[in-house]
Design a binder for this molecule. Structure first.
Ligand SMILES: [Zn+2]
Length: 464
């Protein structure tokens, strides 16, 4: 072990001194339960004799890639719940020693619903929080970061949530201002006219107490109910998670990391391409990210002066197409905007949320999404009627100051020198420069930018 490795282990692991010798003791990482029983009916046309978790991507089974990623992050205690072609999965992964971890199995003979196995494993799980991952999707996630979020929020459940390219026909998660889940809408439920593009990805941190609180009779699971004549199953989302809405105990962890369903031949092809281009691993937040920071008014939507109502927000031509290409490129798309209308008392915080929901809804209808949005609600000049005193300050986030970009860089591990800021004003160019980004201006007057373009789409065609 060289010095760097050693330092890293000291940072990562608990250690103690015993008789003058430092014994490094590996930190006990969380138990991971991976639900790997999915049949994958549509994808199985391509691979009729292989269970979905063993479908290869560039020669390596998808579940092996996920396990490798988990092991590299210190997770070595894994339970697989298996059913369809379970013997092939057990034969391939064995006790896990070949992959540097310990693997146990729960083999489901009759389908128990996606949470039945959890209850059958209840004693094995113990009392500490665990990771519950759905192997129907392909993922590469910095789980330690997600667990820290779970702990910081004292959550009983944390859902990994993300924007996707088809929110209009996806289930949606709607949160309160503190990030806790208020509503869980299925794709059939009536949704607000404008909504945030936030979809549950099937990866969770769970405190086992929520299983106990659900008061499900474990002995009955898998048996035939006498009144209905059907096998008793447990649906995790419907019976366990939805019951936690509105109780400020289940939180959303919004992340731009790679989680995609590969359930159809087209999606499988997309996932293979993304692996080849290094996007799947690259988007793990352990790795430095690159971003395109986007100004809002005059860059994404038509400039109307102070925009105060959702009706005034109208996307500029080509913007959705441009953002879609940013989404596919591996760059993050992050909006940074000055909104002094909040300090001026003209738009409330929830009012501006509706305006931003409209932005996300319109983009979503065209298959595009933003990874995050930061706005500065402040304004420095006092003395106007109706203003919010506390927001009338000299802040560090109002562009041309770089505060919003710095905040995004911290939250998403962004390398600012590999990133771009694009906008239609001098403030945008200067904010980008102050943050150490390359800059592009939509317009004509020289502001010292690196590149001048007529539209966001032209920028994307040149750079991305
Ligand atoms: Zn500010």
């Amino acid at each position: 072990m060289d010095q760097e490795d050693y330092k890293e282990r000291l940072n990562n692991d608990y250690y103690h001194v015993e008789g003058g010798v430092i014994n490094i003791k590996m930190k006990q990482h969380m138990l991971v339960i991976i639900m790997a029983g999915g049949k994958g009916t549509r994808i199985s046309k391509l691979f009729p004799h292989i269970p979905k978790p063993l479908i290869p991507i560039q020669g390596v089974p998808v579940l092996e890639r996920e396990i490798n990623s988990l092991v590299s992050q210190g997770f070595s205690n894994i339970i697989l719940t298996v059913s369809h072609m379970s013997e092939k999965i057990v034969e391939y992964f064995g006790d896990g020693s070949r992959f540097g971890c310990k693997i146990e199995y729960y083999v489901e003979e009759t389908p128990l619903g996606n949470a039945g196995a959890l209850f059958k494993l209840r004693n094995r799980i113990g009392s500490d929080p665990f990771l519950l991952l759905n192997a129907d999707s392909v993922f590469d996630v910095d789980f330690n970061r997600m667990i820290k979020y779970h702990e910081d929020h004292r959550a009983s459940v944390t859902l990994f949530t993300h924007p996707n390219s088809h929110p209009y026909d996806s289930g949606l998660v709607i949160t309160d201002e503190d990030g806790s889940v208020e509503q869980w809408l299925t794709k059939e439920d009536k949704r607000p006219e404008y909504y945030k593009n936030r979809v549950n990805a099937g990866l969770h941190v769970i405190n086992p107490k929520v299983l106990d609180d659900a008061r499900i009779d474990i002995d009955k699971i898998g048996s035939v109910d006498e009144t209905t004549g059907k096998v008793v199953k447990v649906d995790f989302d419907r019976q366990i998670l939805k019951a936690l809405c509105g109780r400020h105990t289940m939180f959303c962890y919004d992340s731009p990391e790679y989680v995609k369903d590969m359930g159809t031949p087209e999606r499988y092809q997309q996932v293979c391409d993304d692996f080849k281009r290094g996007i799947v691993n690259g988007k793990n937040l352990k790795n430095k990210q690159k971003a395109v920071f986007l100004d809002r008014d005059g860059t994404l939507n038509k400039y109307v002066g102070f925009l105060r109502k959702p009706e005034e927000l109208e996307l500029l031509p080509g913007v959705a197409e441009a953002i879609k290409r940013i989404n596919e490129s591996g760059y993050l798309a992050i909006v940074v905007t000055n909104q002094p209308v909040v300090a001026r008392g003209e738009v409330t915080v929830s009012g501006i949320q509706i305006i931003h929901n409209k932005l996300e809804t319109l983009l979503g209808l065209q298959g595009a999404y933003i990874d995050a949005l930061y706005y500065c609600p402040h304004h420095p000049h006092k003395g106007y009627k109706g203003e919010i005193d506390a927001l009338k300050i000299e802040c560090s986030c109002r562009k041309p100051k770089p505060g919003l970009l710095f905040k995004a860089a911290e939250e998403f591990n962004i390398d600012l020198s590999q990133s771009w800021m694009i906008g239609d004003g001098k403030n945008d160019v200067e904010a980008g420069q102050n943050a150490g980004c390359r800059t592009a201006l939509i317009g004509e007057v020289n502001c010292g930018q690196d590149m001048i373009v007529n539209s966001l789409l032209e920028f994307v065609e040149k750079v991305i």
